[in-house]
Design a protein around this ligand. Structure first.
Ligand code: URA
Length: 215
């Protein structure tokens, strides 16, 4: 029997995630933002969690941070067809401030509640390289308590992919100004390029996976 394609397996997983009630974010979400891009891609990008635009559209990284990410991907010769993009949490974390609703970082409990969706997504896509955007993704994929200022741009072997690295989150870059903004943006382009080159290297290596032998 033909093995099911990654697309079919991801679709089935996304259908199950769409009705997830593992944490309180299910009460306020419009929809689950599961992931986007090419399930066959050797490079996976993992962000933090959906914001307002992602919650409204159901697609990751479609707001201002997503536009910056797309621009940096393009400068590195990459489009969304070359990557699979997802987030540590799949529902928008919000904060009510008076009459307005704002985005907020996910809590440790929310990240924990969502971790099985991330693990199953990685198990299906089996990326050679994972690029983590920001500390929550790096702490989930690389190691707990990841320090962006000290460890960004370094390669780590992880149980999820043989090669993982963290880069500045585009939303963090957007909060910077002047030369600091330009430098952080250059760092992100540089780190995406490094991830693209790492894919080329990883393709020549014998593949082992955390999920080998797992049914
Ligand atoms: N920020 C993220 O981390 N993920 C998104 O999907 C959008 C913004």
């Amino acid at each position: 029997m033909e093995p099911e394609s990654k697309t079919i397996r991801l679709h089935a997983l996304a259908e199950r995630a769409a009705v997830c009630r593992a944490c309180a974010l299910c009460e306020t979400r419009t929809q689950v933002v599961f992931g986007d891009g090419n399930p066959e891609a050797p490079l996976m990008i993992v962000g933090e969690g959906p914001g307002m635009n992602e919650d409204a559209t159901g697609r990751p990284f479609v707001g201002r941070a997503g536009q910056l990410l797309d621009a940096c991907l393009k400068e590195s010769g990459i489009t969304r067809k070359h990557v699979y993009i997802t987030n540590v949490v799949r529902c928008r974390p919000t904060l009510q401030e008076g009459a307005s609703i704002r985005n907020r970082p996910p809590s440790a409990e929310e990240i924990h509640a969502c971790s099985s969706w991330l693990q199953q997504t990685i198990e299906i896509v089996q990326p050679l390289v994972i690029l983590c955007l920001g500390a929550p993704a790096a702490s989930a994929i690389i190691h707990k308590g990841f320090k962006m200022t000290q460890e960004r741009g370094q390669w780590f072997a992880t149980p999820f992919a043989s090669h993982a690295m963290a880069a500045w989150h585009p939303a963090y870059i957007l909060r910077q100004h002047g030369e600091v903004f330009e430098a952080a943006r250059r760092d992100l382009v540089h780190d995406i390029e490094a991830a693209r080159l790492k894919v080329i290297q990883a393709r020549r290596e014998p593949q082992t996976s955390l999920f080998d032998g797992v049914e």
